[in-house]
Design a binder for this molecule. Structure first.
Ligand SMILES: *Cc1c(COP(=O)(O)O)cnc(C)c1O
Length: 337
């Protein structure tokens, strides 16, 4: 099976496993795991921020951040298809007792103007608008990226209105590679950044939340309450350090593979539209001969796994375990459909 369902399906390489085997570990709840401490410091430095905290998942880093930034009854502004809203089990309500105001974005991206008009007036009838969360790259936007001008404009609105700004950067390195950005620039814009190690970077598990010193201190308390304090987590952190050293630049290969799949798809009569492909996600609309579910089933019969993310849309995600030979094989299968 060629698995293009998600970039979370990767298996650690022998070299990554070796790095994990060699990890120096301690009890991270006591703050004594040298590998976890190294990973946290490495990412904080990379993004030009003060501190960071390792968590089991990207859902947890996002939810810890939202909990730290809000009080019950506050309002969080995000795009209507954002992960924090549609894929985290109602966590904003469950964990933070906050409510959400969703905006309709352009391939997952919202604008400063939209944010500004979504802020509630200082009025007892209204929830207090407290936090804006953005997603880069945007998963349901087909791996789309914000431009820094957009980030700066949104940041300005947040500063003027006393709002915190969080980035769900599950695939931030895909954006950084696609747009040749410097990670430190993100640290200047956002109050907190969540980074996944288990997506394109290919580790078995783990995400890191990055922010200021006081914020991360509070995040440590919340992580413990959420049950995310791990003990010898250094084995996983070592995979993260290995991934940061070895697997960032190669994301360009995944992006090339995604573009190749989009080219092949664009020739097919049952493909009605393809979201612009700029990173490792290809979302396309089907019609005529196939529904999205029928196409995913047909591909599965032929040895290719994809996800029908809506009745009309199918998603392919390229990743570390997909090589050019596999892309060529999938291309041939699509061409023959
Ligand atoms: C995968 C993902 C996450 C985190 O998911 P986990 O499975 O909890 O690690 C967060 N945000 C986005 C946009 C994602 O794609």
């Amino acid at each position: 099976m060629i698995d293009l369902r998600s970039d979370t399906v990767t298996h650690p390489t022998p070299a990554m496993l070796e790095a994990m085997m060699q990890a120096k570990v301690g009890d991270d709840v006591f703050g004594e795991d040298p590998s976890v401490n190294e990973l946290e410091q490495k990412l904080a430095d990379m993004f030009g921020m003060e501190a960071a905290i390792f968590c089991p998942s990207g859902t947890m880093t996002n939810q810890v951040a939202i909990k730290c930034h809000t009080q019950p009854g506050d309002e969080v502004i995000c795009e209507k298809m954002s992960h924090v809203y549609i894929y985290e089990g109602g966590g904003i309500a469950f964990n933070s007792g906050a409510q959400v105001k969703t905006l309709e974005g352009n391939y997952g991206r919202i604008t400063a103007g939209q944010v500004e008009s979504a802020i509630n007036a200082d009025d007892v009838h209204k929830a207090r608008t407290r936090l804006v969360t953005l997603e880069n790259t945007s998963n349901r936007g087909g791996g789309s990226c914000y431009s820094f001008t957009d980030f700066e404009a949104i940041k300005e609105v947040c500063l003027q209105n006393n709002l915190k700004l969080h980035l769900d950067g599950a695939r931030i390195f895909n954006a950084i590679i696609a747009n040749q950005e410097q990670p430190q620039v993100y640290g200047k814009i956002f109050d907190s950044i969540s980074v996944c190690l288990s997506k394109g970077l290919g580790t078995p598990a783990g995400s890191v939340l990055i922010g200021g010193k006081d914020f991360i201190k509070q995040a440590r308390r919340i992580r413990k309450v959420f049950g995310g304090g791990m003990r010898q987590a250094g084995y996983l952190a070592a995979a993260g350090i290995f991934a940061l050293d070895n697997n960032i630049d190669r994301l360009a290969v995944d992006h090339m593979h995604a573009k190749k799949l989009a080219e092949v798809l664009s020739e097919k009569d049952f493909v009605k539209a393809i979201f612009p492909v700029v990173t490792n996600i290809v979302i396309f609309e089907v019609g005529g001969r196939y529904s999205s579910k029928q196409l995913a089933e047909k591909l599965k019969e032929l040895g290719v796994l994809a996800i029908a993310i809506s009745p009309l849309h199918v998603r392919f995600v390229t990743h570390l375990d997909i090589n050019l030979a596999m892309i060529n094989e999938v291309s041939a299968i699509i061409e023959a459909l």
